[in-house]
Design a protein around this ligand. Structure first.
Ligand SMILES: [Zn+2]
Length: 103
């Protein structure tokens, strides 16, 4: 029992150590890439281009939406309810399409 809990504690400890190592590696890579991004002018220019694209796309979307009229809603087709299964069918149907009984 004691040995079991000890091994469980040990594995938990190694797991948390592995997670901490992963986080530190991720942080180191992020700092390295961020420094590369800051050092190169093209990164900032690319970011500005992306932001400008999003803003222009939003404006164009709003303007095109102003010119498009919404289609009027089509009236619902008349239906008749099956007395056996209570599902809706076409008005001129002679057989229920759900339970195949004559209506
Ligand atoms: Zn039916």
């Amino acid at each position: 029992m004691a040995a079991e809990s000890r091994t469980a504690l040990k594995s938990r400890r190694t797991l948390s150590r592995r997670v901490r190592e992963r986080i530190s590696v991720w942080r180191r890579l992020f700092v390295l890439n961020w420094n590369l991004f800051k050092a190169s002018r093209i990164g900032v220019v690319g970011l500005a281009i992306m932001i400008a694209f999003v803003i222009i796309a939003f404006v164009v979307w709003r303007i095109s939406k102003m010119f498009i009229k919404e289609a009027p809603e089509a009236p619902a087709a008349p239906t008749k309810t099956c007395p056996f299964c209570k599902q809706s069918n076409a008005v001129d149907a002679s057989k229920c399409m759900h339970c195949a009984s004559a209506i």
